[in-house]
Design a protein around this ligand. Structure first.
Ligand code: FES
Ligand SMILES: [Fe+2]
Length: 381
C-alpha cells in the first residue's frame, strides 16, 4: 500500500456526531464518533473482542463507544473501560485511534506513523472568510493523481481552454516570482504560481472564443471560465489574476489574487478510500465584503465553477497513470516536483506502525499492489 504519510481530510465535520459513523478510508473500515467534549475520534471499526463492527454500536452518556455485541466500552483514547460481567479488562483490549484534528469544517487524521511528521496545514482564510462552501467528490483514481492535477498548469489551457485565445497564461517558470512556503512545514511543501492577464478584447471576441470550444465537449466549463473571467476582470477594470498554490503531499491551499489583492481561497484535500479510489474535499472561501447577499451569491457562483471544473477533470483523471514511463517536457516540472514530494512521504511511513494497522481496521483489500496496480518498492507493506 503506497499512501503517503500525511494529513488527510476524512469527512466533513457535520457528518461526524455522537452516532458512530463508518468511514471507508485507506482500504479499511473505520469508525468515527464524538466524545463527551464533542471531540472527534477515529479508529479501526472492528471490536478487539470478536470483531463486531463498532460502527453499529452507540455512544453512551460518558462519550464512550459501546460495542453492539457484548457491550464492551471504549473511551476516546481507544482503551476498553468496561466489560459487562467481568472485573478484569485484558491489557490488549484496546484500539489505537488515529491522531485527529478538526479544522476548516473538516475532520482530519494523520496516517503513516504514531506522531505526525508535519503540522496540519494552515488555512487562515477560513476564519477570515465572508462566505464559504464545501464540496465533496468521489473519484476512481489514487490521491496523487488528483493532487498532481492542480500543479499541471498546461491542462488549464489545453483541456479547460482557460485562455481560449482570450487570456494570456503564464506559468510559474515565466512569471519570475519565486514562492516561499506559507502555512506548511518546508519539508512537506510544494508550490506553484500562475498568472492570467487580460488582453484588450471586446465582449463579442471573448464570447466568440468561448463558443468556438463547443466541439470539445467542454462547452459549459469553457463558457463559464472564459466569460466569467472576462466579465469579472473587465467590469471591475482588473488586469491580472494570480493563483498561488501551497501544497502538502495530499492537498493544497490556493489563493486567487486579483490585481495582487487576495479574493478567493480554496483548500483542497484528498483521502484514499482504497488503493484506487479517493475522496476530494474542497473548501472555498472568499474575502469580499459586499454584504451577505452578494458575498453569498459570489460564493455560490465560484463554488459551482469549482464543482464544474473538477467534474470535467474526473473523467480524464480516472484514465491517468503516473507510474507509466511517461515522456515529460519542461512545463511538467511542477507536476513532477509534486510527485517526488508524494513519494518522499510514502517513504516516511513508519513500517512498525503500518504493521499494526491491518489488525486495527478490517482489511478490505488483500492485493499487495501500489497505485494503478504497480508494485512500489517504497510502500513498506
Ligand atoms: S464483539 Fe464487541 S464486545 Fe464482543
Ligand atoms: Fe482541471
Amino acid at each position: 500500500m503506497s499512501f503517503a504519510a500525511s494529513w488527510y481530510a476524512l469527512a466533513r465535520s457535520s457528518e461526524i456526531g455522537t452516532k458512530p459513523k463508518r468511514l471507508t478510508r485507506f482500504g479499511k473500515n473505520l469508525v468515527a464518533w464524538r466524545d463527551r467534549q464533542g471531540k472527534p475520534s477515529v479508529m479501526g471499526e472492528s471490536c478487539p473482542h470478536f470483531g463486531a463492527s463498532l460502527a453499529a454500536g452507540h455512544v453512551d452518556r460518558d462519550g464512550c463507544l459501546v460495542c453492539p455485541f457484548h457491550r464492551w466500552r471504549f473511551d476516546a483514547g481507544g482503551a476498553c473501560v468496561g466489560i459487562p460481567g467481568s472485573n478484569v479488562i485484558p491489557p490488549t483490549a484496546h484500539r489505537s485511534p488515529m491522531v485527529t484534528a478538526e479544522r476548516y469544517g473538516l475532520v482530519w487524521a494523520w496516517w503513516g506513523s504514531a506522531e505526525p511528521r508535519f503540522a496540519l496545514p494552515d488555512f487562515p482564510q477560513y476564519d477570515d472568510a465572508k462566505a464559504r462552501s464545501v464540496h465533496e467528490f468521489a473519484i476512481r483514481t489514487p490521491v496523487p493523481v488528483i493532487v498532481a492535477n492542480s500543479y499541471d498548469a498546461r491542462h488549464f489551457v489545453e483541456f479547460h481552454r482557460t485562455p481560449a485565445a482570450a487570456i494570456r497564461f503564464r506559468a510559474e517558470t515565466e512569471s519570475g516570482k519565486a514562492l516561499e512556503p506559507v502555512g506548511i512545514d518546508t519539508d512537506a511543501w510544494c508550490g506553484s504560481n500562475a498568472v492570467v492577464e487580460l488582453p484588450d478584447m471586446s465582449f463579442g471576441e471573448a464570447l466568440d472564443s468561448a463558443l468556438a470550444e463547443r466541439s470539445r465537449g467542454q462547452f459549459m466549463t469553457t463558457l463559464s471560465t472564459v466569460m466569467g473571467t472576462w466579465l469579472m476582470m473587465r467590469t471591475a477594470n482588473m488586469r491580472t489574476i494570480r493563483t498561488e498554490m501551497h501544497g502538502w503531499p495530499t492537498g493544497h491551499s490556493t489563493t486567487t489574487f486579483i490585481d495582487e489583492k487576495p479574493k478567493y481561497a480554496l483548500l483542497a484535500a484528498a483521502c484514499p478510500v482504497d488503493e484506487s479510489q479517493s475522496m476530494l474535499f474542497g473548501v472555498m472561501t472568499q474575502s469580499h465584503k459586499r454584504g451577505p447577499i452578494r458575498d453569498g451569491l459570489a460564493s455560490l457562483v465560484s463554488g459551482a465553477q469549482f464543482a464544474q471544473h473538477v467534474g470535467a477533470d474526473v473523467a480524464i483523471m480516472e484514465t491517468l497513470n503516473f507510474d507509466a514511463r511517461g515522456v515529460h517536457v519542461r512545463e511538467d516540472r511542477a507536476t513532477l516536483e509534486y510527485l517526488k514530494l508524494y513519494d518522499k512521504f510514502v517513504g516516511r511511513v513508519d513500517p512498525a506502525w503500518l504493521e499494526g494497522w491491518p489488525y486495527e481496521g478490517r482489511h478490505l483489500s488483500l492485493a499487495r499492489k501500489g497505485r494503478n496496480g504497480v508494485q512500489r518498492a517504497s510502500s513498506g507493506l
